[in-house]
Design a protein. Structure first.
Lengths: 219, 342
């Protein structure tokens, strides 16, 4: 469903961040993306969400060539993705419910449908009882679960998580990872960038290792 | 040699088969269903955004009130001038219908000559009515209005001429018709001079035309001010809602979705500003209402001060709302380009 063919990304000020990256993800898989900080993990995820465009190479997603995707189509591509961030990126001027509902409202769903799906997503991450709270009063782990609910609520075909456990202690990290594993087991495709090597080893999923912008062969 | 044409029938058949056998029919159905779903959401979205943006303004009452007041003042100024002009126009219109020509006879002529002239003019096609002010009554009138009755008495003889007051016929009160009549009157041997009350009405009309242009200019400038005030307010709002915009973009919001709440904010600023402006204008008019009526009474004139009516108010509201939306739009397009997720 996702294929990188010799993808390069060069920033005028930082030089090559990604060099000749080629890989593909199968539908329903869960893959880790790892590497030292600055190895290009975040950049790789940004290329998939077309937050950045690649300098060379091809990125194919769902049969679409993202290089040729016009700007006007970017919103519709992003509706097929679920994005999760290290700093959660929740909006503090509204409730948990409204945060999670955002992708559905953006997609123009009717209010009833929005409410039903939002509650279902909150239920999946175990926060249904906190829907009226402000995200600021929640713990870090809870905030990230709100972020995950927001990424799942519109049933995306691919979830991209950028260091989702970066701000959490090991116990909460494991909890969040288990959540991802659970979703993956019901068929959600996940690409998860992390530098938490210990965590990856224990879980036994396929790993893409980036080193200075180049993909290393798996050992 | 002519090439054989492909038969038309086959094309029609192809279309028919496409419509009938392919999934086009069911596709249409699905499309309709999808549209119904989308439209439901679309209306939900618009209604929600409309009132959400009003709610957002309500939550910062002080800042909102300040912006709305500035807009209201900018709108109230040209609106007030406009109403004042309308009032003066109404007044001058009333004067125009009462345009009157005073024909002063040569002072040595007596009232009999005046009577003859009056009689002759009564038959004229362009004349509605004729009144003769005899030397005697002119003297009496002058005595009562000026208070110099004794002085005139002391003169012994009556220096005042007989005056024939002529009211032109309604249809003939146009400039040319009145001009022709004037020429005729001036040519009469009995005429000393002819005075037209129309002249100053005409001058007033010209002054009013200039004033109308002035009001249009002021309106244009202050309309621009409204545009800029709304634009600047929206720019600040954009700045304070950066995070929200970026997150919405990341979850697949279209540029229109992102612009919409700000366009509605612009609409509300313009709309609320126009309502307050309407109140301002009518309060100001109410303030001068009684003095103006007193003045009208002094001139023994029937004059009703006109307020900014519902029709004008609706135009003002529509115009101001449009300006608000335009001001927001002006800022949104370049500013949102900067607010892309990184």
């Amino acid at each position: 469903m996702l294929q990188f063919v010799r993808v390069c990304k060069r920033y005028p000020e930082a030089g090559d961040v990604l060099r000749d990256v080629s890989f593909s993800l199968e539908k329903g898989g869960m893959t880790f993306l790892t590497g030292h900080s600055g190895a290009g993990k975040s950049t790789l995820l940004k290329l998939i969400a077309v937050i950045e465009r690649c300098s060379r190479g091809q990125i194919l997603f769902d049969g679409q060539n993202l290089n040729r995707l016009p700007d006007s189509q970017i919103p519709f591509l992003r509706r097929k993705l679920g994005l999760i961030f290290q700093d959660y990126r929740l909006l503090h001027d509204r409730t948990v419910f409204d945060n999670v509902a955002l992708p559905l409202i953006v997609a123009g769903l009717g209010y009833k449908e929005v409410a039903r799906r939002t509650r279902a997503a909150l239920d999946k991450v175990g926060l249904l009882n906190k829907e009226k709270r402000n995200p600021q009063v929640l713990s870090g782990g809870e905030q990230q679960r709100v972020g995950i609910a927001r990424a799942l609520v519109h049933k995306p075909s691919l979830i991209l998580a950028d260091e989702p456990t970066g701000n959490l202690d090991p116990e909460l990290s494991l909890e969040i990872m288990n959540l991802f594993a659970e979703f993956n087991s019901v068929g959600v495709t996940v690409l998860l960038a992390t530098h938490d090597v210990g965590l990856i080893g224990r879980l036994g999923y396929p790993v893409l290792r980036l080193d200075h912008g180049q993909l290393q062969e798996p050992e | 040699m002519r090439k054989p044409r492909p038969p038309l029938r086959s094309a029609r058949q192809t279309i028919a088969s496409l419509l009938g056998k392919s999934p086009a029919g069911s596709y249409l159905q699905r499309w309709r269903q999808k549209q119904a779903e989308l439209w439901g959401g679309y209306l939900d979205q618009h209604g929600h955004t409309l009132f959400a943006s009003l709610g957002r303004l309500w939550r910062t009452p002080f800042a909102t009130a300040m912006t709305v007041m500035v807009i209201a003042i900018a709108l109230a100024l040209p609106a007030t001038f406009h109403v004042m002009l309308k009032n003066v126009q109404q007044l001058s219109g009333a004067l125009e219908t009462s345009a009157q020509i005073s024909l002063f006879l040569k002072p040595q002529l007596d009232d009999d000559a005046g009577l003859q002239v009056a009689e002759r003019l009564r038959g004229h096609a362009a004349v509605e009515s004729v009144t003769l002010v005899t030397k005697e009554s002119a003297l009496r009138e002058f005595g009562t209005y000026s208070g110099f009755a004794e002085v005139l008495d002391a003169l012994g003889s009556n220096p005042l001429p007989a005056v024939v007051q002529i009211r032109p016929r309604e249809g003939a009160s146009g400039r040319e018709a009145v001009g022709a009549l004037l020429g005729e009157l001036r040519a009469q041997p009995e005429t000393d001079f002819v005075q037209v009350d129309m002249q100053w009405v005409e001058r007033l009309q010209t002054i009013l035309a200039i004033a109308r242009h002035g009001v249009a200019m002021i309106g244009l400038l202050l309309g621009l001010a409204v545009l800029l005030v709304v634009g600047n307010t929206i720019r600040l709002e954009l700045e304070s809602r950066r995070e929200e915009i970026v997150v919405a973009e990341l979850v697949g919001a279209t540029p229109m979705f992102i612009r919409r709440p700000f366009l509605y904010s612009g609409f509300w600023y313009g709309f609320l500003g126009s309502i307050v402006a309407w109140l301002f204008v009518n309060l100001m008019l109410l303030f001068v209402y009684f003095p103006v009526r007193r003045l009208a009474e002094l001139y023994a004139r029937q004059f009703d001060l006109r307020f900014l009516g519902l029709g004008d108010a609706l135009i003002l509201m529509g115009f101001a709302s449009l300006l608000g939306v335009a001001g927001a739009w002006l800022v949104l397009v370049p500013q949102l380009r900067r607010l892309r997720p990184e």
